[in-house]
Design a protein around this ligand. Sequence first.
Ligand code: GRF
Length: 201
Amino acid sequence: KRVAILISGGGSNMVALVNSMIGDHPARPVVVISNDPNAGGLAKARDLGIATAFVDHREYPNDRNAFEEILHATLEGHNPDIVCLAGFMRILTEGFTARYEGRMLNIHPSLLPKYKGLHTHARALEAGDPEHGCSVHEVTAALDDGPVLGQARIAVEQNDTPETLASRLLPLEHELYPAVLRRFANGDRTPVRLPIMRSIP
Ligand code: GRF
């Protein structure tokens, strides 16, 4: 399976995904595309030997459809079977997501269906939740709303801040997303619940 990964920033989840697709893995990364030409993740992808591209959304300030047409054309140039959104911060219209129905994934830093949208860590703290976490879900028309394919949980500590929560969660994202992608690429939609038994190194 050919996997395209969309990023907006540092791309740490992209790096984890790329590094997981080795050996007998059913998928291979074919391109990393960013909406920001300055995204740090583009350099990381190049260092990993992955083709990169960018479609600067700022060039289409009043035309989301034009941005998405270029993004779609850029994606299709690499003929992906699966598209992974990884720290991708643009909202995609139904017109776009419909083209990737059933083969687009996203990682969201909350225990969906809780806290769709932004500022998830602050909202979990605000609510006094004892647990927080991240979710990988299939992308559908509604934001952060598709079937959940995996979750990882952390306990919220007494003096946590949004930053400390995010930093404790990120390594779990890097475990969860590759675990979900491996199953998904094998056509297996059994939800992943971390911690999964890690293979003895
Ligand atoms: C992560 O918290 C991820 O959950 C969210 O974007 C943040 C940065 O991701 N979607 P990355 O380091 O760019 O992969």
